[in-house]
Design a protein around this ligand. Sequence first.
Ligand SMILES: *Cc1c(COP(=O)(O)O)cnc(C)c1O
Length: 394
Amino acid sequence: MSHPNISNQNPSTPLPSIGFNKPHFTGSEIKYIQEAISSSKIGSNGDFTQKCQQFFESKYGFKKVFLTPSCTDALEMCALLINTKEGDEIIVPSYTFVSTANAFILQGAKIVFADSESNSPNIDTATIEALITPKTKAIVCVHYAGMACDMERLMNLCTKHQLYLIEDAAQAIDSFYQGKALGSIGHLAAFSFHETKNITCGEGGMLVINDERLIPRAEIIREYGTNRSQFIRGEVAQYGWIDKGSSNMPSELLAAFLYAQLECLSEIQAKRILLWNQYEKLLKPLQDLGLIQLPEVSSSIKHNAHIFYIICQNKIQRTALINALKAENINAVFHYNALHQSTYFKDKHDGRNLPNSDKYTDCLLRLPLYYDLTLDEVQHIATIITQFLKTNTL
Ligand SMILES: *Cc1c(COP(=O)(O)O)cnc(C)c1O
């Protein structure tokens, strides 16, 4: 009979497990939350909310920022702000998170899914123009992995056809396109501070408005459809219900947490980029052998190391690789299931093939990447992947 405890795999030192994501705490979160509590102002729109909003406006050149409880909330505000109504068509990439499309569905829009590029999960701008009809109202682009879409082409298309451009920049804090911050280019943009994003307050987001004409109404929509903010500024004698709206304001406790993260933004980003670059360096030989593909980074962008992904040859190879990593206690995960194939949408889709969306659904794999990960751990993960792929050519 075998005795596991006296086997030569020393039981006192189990293999360290490497999770896919681990939120980073900067150390000041509790202090600032305590400050908010001491000020007795824990509702919305207090000092911490103002400080966060000003930070983003001055650092990234966003015209106007409103913190929201989530990116989903910010996207839903976008749908209201552009007056989405029954029958309007909104062009959205199929390879994205549900909220990118769902926010417009809630207002009765028809979603027209676009494919991804062959060399990146971002929306394929070459195929968009054929999807534009007189009913098209907006294009929503998603900067996957914090890597910019082709913004020049998107802006040109939107100007030519008089459409709104909305950036789902959930993953794209501190990313740039031709020197401009992502989120500063479209008419509107939405960011996320969910625990899986580079900067977090657990659940949180922000709406960015670059088209000044949309600012006054955004302030009303997020405050239940009332002009309470105008009243607080002394611009009106009393406030009341003047438009559609909701409650899209995070509490000061969340803004205080977020502010602690913002103070360490450059430190967090530097570490993530170091890890990302290390993955790229160590896995490059596997790409050269044609075993996997790595992200392609064009010289016109600066990305934020939100995700390090690889593209496997097919789903079988990806599943085998996930299992090989799992056997070493490393958690690598796939990402979206193309929305045009989803249970909710498949009957509504117009039947076009979106082969690149399907490819990323089956073949994309995300590797662990978070602030507290070490270069040694990246080395270890890359070694396991290299050993596996070199001995298991499919
Ligand atoms: C995370 C994410 C969202 C949703 O963000 P929440 O803050 O959780 O609502 C939307 N779109 C994309 C592309 C995302 O990555």
